[in-house]
Design a protein around this ligand. Structure first.
Ligand code: IVH
Length: 697
C-alpha cells in the first residue's frame, strides 16, 4: 500500500475523488485476488480494511461517484461477504410455541413448579408477536454503535448503516438510566399500508414485489446500499435486550416503559396480567384486536414479568423457560361442499377437488379446496351436501379440516371413481411401492394414451415457467390433440407444416395463426433449464431443473447422463446425487423416466427440433470457481446442504467422492477414507474454517 497519508476526504475535489476511487477499485481488486485466489496476501487485514474504509468514505461524500463495480457494491457471493459478521454479546434465541389453552396452562404450571410457587399467581406480560425480523442494536454510552440481524442466533450480519436509516431507531438514547452498554432487541417490520404502497410502486417501476410484509421488511433491510433501505418505510418495535453492563429494570413491564422513555416505540397492545386466567383473557383480546391492527402479528408472547424470576428460570437449549409464543390458529370458515371433482395430473395422479359454496377466509374468497386423496375423503367421511370447516394458513391452498356433524349430513357416502373421467375411461389403480405396499395415490393407468394426461403434459410444457408459448392454451391444445395434429411436445414445433389445416378451422384467422406460429418459433431456442423443466418429469420442478442445468451445462451432457442414470450407472448416479438439493426422489424419477423407451424417443424427437442454450454458469471470479470440491466428515458451522449450495453459488462443483479430478477436500471431524484418498492423491485438504476464509464467509 502506498505510504502516503491521504488528504482528508472533505478537502478533495470531485475530480480528485474520482481519480482516487478508480485507483482504489483496482488496488482492492488486486488484493482480493492475492488473498482469495492465490492465498498470498501482500498486506495485513488492517491495511486492507483501511483501503475499504477510505473507499466508503469517498463514496459517502460523493454518492454519485459510486460505480457499479465499486468494492462496496460487490454483490457477494456468500451472504456474509455482503455484511460483516457480528457476534452477539448474548445469543438471540427463539421462543417455544404454544397453540392452545392447554399449552398455556402447561406453561404457567411449569413456571410455578420450577419456582416452587404453589398457588400464588404469577405476573406476566402479554405482548403481540410482531411478524417481522428481529434485530439487535448495540448502544455504548447511549450512542448507537452497531446494528445486526439475528443470523444464526450467535452471529448475525452487520447492517448498522441500514438500521440507522430507520426513523424509529434512536441514534442516541434519550431520557436517563440506560446502562453504559446495552443491546436493545426488537422487530423490524412494515405496516400494511406501507407494504401495499411499496409493492404498488415496485410494480409500476417493474421491480420485484414481495409476497407479504415480513418478506418485504427482510428484503428491505438486507440491502447492500443503505440508501435503498432508507427509501423503504421500515419501522421498529423494541421488546427485549441482550448484553447489559448493568441492570436497568426489575420487571419486563418496567423494562418496556424504560425502552419507551429512551425513545423506542413499544407495542401499545402489550399488557401486564396475573395468572393463567390473565394469559387466556389477554390472548382472546389480542385475537379480537388483530384485524384492526395496522401491522401483521402471528400470535402473542407470554413472558414472566419479574426479571429475577426470568434469571432463575433460564433457558433450555435454544429457548427460554420464562417465555412462550402463543400462535394464532390458521383462519377457518364454514361452508357447504357442493361437489367433488377429480382432476388428472400429468403423471396420472387423481386428485379430488372440493367445489364449495363461495366463502371468505382470511380476506380471500375460496371456491375450491384440495381433498388430497381418496383416503382423506374416507377419513373425514365427507359427503356431498355436508357443511364443512375450511382452513387457510398463510399462502397455502385451502384445506377441509372437518365435517360439521350436527348439521344435516349429505345423503350418501362418497364413492371414489373407479375409472378415469377421460374418454378412454381407463381403470384407476391404487399405486403400490417397490415392495408392494399400497400408497394413498391413485393413478389413471392410461399413461400417455390417456388424453387427460397427455393434455396435462402439454399444458405444463407450454406453461409460463416452461416453454412459455403464448396463444397455445388449454382450448387450442384440446382441439389440436383431438384433430391429431399434436401428441407430443415435438409436434408443437411441426405445427408450421399444418398452416393450411389451421387456417381451415373456422376458429383461427390469418393473424392469429401467424402469431401462434411466430410464438412457437420464438421458443425453438430455449435455455437448458426450461428444456429440462418442460419435460415435466416427476419431482423435477423449476429449482431442480436449474440445478441440473447448471450441473451438466449442456443438453448433450444432460441427455447422455440421463441415459446412464436410467441404466443405473453408479458414477452417473453419484454425479447426479452430488448436485445441490438432489436426492433419492429425483434420481429415482429421472431413472424411471429415461428408462422408458417412449420417453427417450419423445425427448430426442423434441431435442432435434430445438436449439438448447447452455446453462448460465455461476460466478467465475471467485477463489473456488471451476474447482471440484468434496466435503467430508462433520461440518460445524454449515450444514452439508448449505456448504454445497455455497460452493455451487461460487462456481465450484461439489462431488461426493474423491478422485484425481478433485481440487479441494474440506474435512471436518470424523472424516475417514476420503481424507486418506486425498492424502494419497496429494489433494489439498482444508478445515471448515479455512474453507470459510477462502470463500470469504
Ligand atoms: S421476545 C428469547 N417478544 O419472535 C427470545 N419476541 O420466536 C426473546 N417476536 O425471534 C424474544 N414479537 O423475532 C419477543 N414481543 C416479542 C416479539 C418477539 C415478535 C419474534 C422475535 C423472536 C421470535 C421468537
Amino acid at each position: 500500500m502506498a505510504e502516503t497519508s491521504p488528504k482528508p476526504v472533505d478537502d478533495l475535489t470531485e475530480a480528485q475523488a474520482l481519480q482516487e476511487l478508480t485507483t482504489l477499485a483496482d488496488e482492492i481488486a488486486a488484493h482480493d485476488i492475492r488473498y482469495h485466489q492465490q492465498d498470498a496476501p501482500t498486506i495485513s487485514d488492517a491495511e486492507y480494511d483501511a483501503l475499504k474504509r477510505r473507499n466508503s468514505e469517498l463514496e459517502t461524500r460523493f454518492p454519485h461517484l459510486v460505480r457499479e463495480n465499486s468494492p462496496s457494491q460487490r454483490v457477494g457471493a456468500a451472504r456474509a461477504e455482503q455484511f460483516a459478521p457480528v457476534e452477539h454479546g448474548v445469543p438471540m434465541l427463539s421462543l417455544d410455541n404454544a397453540f392452545s389453552d392447554e399449552d398455556a396452562a402447561e406453561f404457567d404450571a411449569r413456571v410455578r413448579r420450577f419456582l416452587r410457587l404453589g398457588e400464588e399467581p404469577v405476573a406476566y406480560t402479554v405482548e403481540p408477536k410482531i411478524d417481522g425480523l428481529s434485530a439487535s442494536l448495540r448502544y455504548e454510552k447511549g450512542v448507537l454503535v452497531q446494528g445486526a440481524t439475528r443470523g444464526d442466533g450467535r452471529v448475525g450480519e452487520d447492517v448498522t448503516e441500514n438500521l440507522r436509516t430507520l426513523s424509529e431507531i434512536p441514534k442516541r438514547l434519550g431520557g436517563s438510566g440506560w446502562p453504559d452498554v446495552i443491546e436493545v432487541r426488537g422487530e423490524v417490520y412494515l405496516g400494511h399500508d406501507e407494504f401495499t404502497a411499496m409493492n404498488a410502486a415496485a410494480e409500476i417501476a417493474g421491480q420485484r414485489t414481495y409476497a407479504n410484509p415480513r418478506n418485504a421488511a427482510a428484503g428491505s433491510l438486507r440491502q447492500i446500499d443503505p440508501r435503498i433501505t432508507a427509501a423503504r418505510p421500515l419501522r421498529f418495535f423494541a421488546y427485549a435486550w441482550g448484553l447489559l453492563s448493568g441492570p436497568f429494570a426489575q420487571t419486563q413491564w418496567d423494562a418496556l416503559q424504560a425502552l419507551k422513555a429512551w425513545g423506542f416505540k413499544t407495542t401499545p397492545q402489550s399488557r401486564r396480567v396475573e395468572g393463567l386466567g390473565g394469559l387466556l383473557e389477554a390472548y382472546s383480546a389480542m385475537e379480537t384486536e388483530r384485524p384492526k391492527l395496522a401491522f401483521d402479528i402471528d400470535g402473542v408472547v407470554y413472558k414472566v414479568d419479574r426479571l429475577d424470576w426470568q434469571q432463575r428460570l433460564g433457558f433450555v437449549s435454544r429457548a427460554p423457560r420464562w417465555g412462550v409464543a402463543r400462535k394464532f390458529p390458521a383462519e377457518q370458515a364454514r361452508t357447504v361442499l357442493e361437489a367433488i371433482d377429480v382432476q388428472v395430473g400429468r403423471t396420472g395422479a387423481i386428485t379430488p377437488v372440493a367445489r364449495l359454496k363461495p366463502v371468505t377466509v382470511g380476506g380471500v374468497v375460496v371456491v375450491n379446496a384440495t381433498l388430497h386423496n381418496a383416503d382423506e375423503i374416507a377419513r373425514l367421511d365427507i359427503r356431498i351436501g355436508d357443511t364443512v370447516i375450511l382452513q387457510r394458513a398463510g399462502d397455502v391452498i385451502p384445506q377441509i379440516v372437518s365435517v360439521v356433524t350436527d348439521e344435516t349430513r349429505g345423503p350418501e357416502h362418497y364413492a371414489f371413481p373407479t375409472h378415469c373421467p377421460c374418454p378412454l375411461h381407463t381403470e384407476i389403480m391404487r399405486e403400490t411401492t417397490a415392495s408392494g405396499a399400497e400408497t394413498v395415490v391413485r393413478r389413471c393407468s392410461g399413461e400417455f394414451a390417456c388424453p387427460f394426461q397427455k393434455l396435462a403434459h402439454l399444458r405444463h410444457f407450454v406453461s409460463r415457467r416452461a416453454f412459455d408459448i403464448e396463444g397455445l392454451g388449454e382450448k387450442q391444445l384440446t382441439l389440436f390433440t383431438e384433430r391429431g395434429w399434436i401428441a407430443t411436445p415435438a409436434d408443437i414445433f411441426r405445427l408450421k407444416d399444418k398452416r393450411g389445416e389451421l387456417l381451415e378451422t373456422d376458429r383461427f384467422g390469418e393473424t392469429s395463426v401467424g402469431n401462434l406460429l411466430d410464438n412457437i418459433e420464438a421458443r425453438r431456442t430455449i435455455p437448458l433449464d426450461r428444456f429440462i423443466y418442460g419435460l415435466g418429469i416427476r419431482h423435477i420442478g423449476e429449482t431442480t431443473a436449474t440445478v441440473m442445468a447448471r450441473g451438466y451445462g449442456t443438453a448433450r451432457e444432460f441427455l447422455s447422463a440421463m441415459d446412464k442414470v436410467a441404466d443405473r450407472d453408479p458414477s452417473a448416479i453419484d454425479e447426479l446425487d452430488a448436485l445441490d438439493q438432489i436426492g433419492e426422489a429425483v434420481i429415482e424419477a429421472a431413472a424411471a423416466y429415461f428408462a422408458e423407451d417412449h420417453n427417450r424417443r419423445l425427448v430426442q424427437d423434441l431435442y432435434d427440433q430445438l436449439t438448447v442454450q447452455d446453462a448460465e454458469q455461476p460466478k467465475q471470479d471467485t477463489a473456488v470457481a471451476g474447482k471440484t470440491v468434496v466435503f467430508t466428515g462433520a461440518l460445524e458451522k454449515l450444514t452439508r446442504d448449505e456448504a454445497k449450495a455455497q460452493a455451487e453459488r461460487l462456481g465450484a462443483k461439489v462431488s461426493g467422492s474423491v478422485s484425481k479430478k478433485t481440487d479441494l477436500v474440506v474435512a471436518g471431524p470424523g472424516a475417514g477414507s476420503k481424507l486418506k484418498t486425498a492424502a494419497e492423491l496429494g489433494i489439498q485438504v482444508l478445515t471448515e474454517d479455512e474453507w470459510l476464509a477462502l470463500v470469504g464467509a
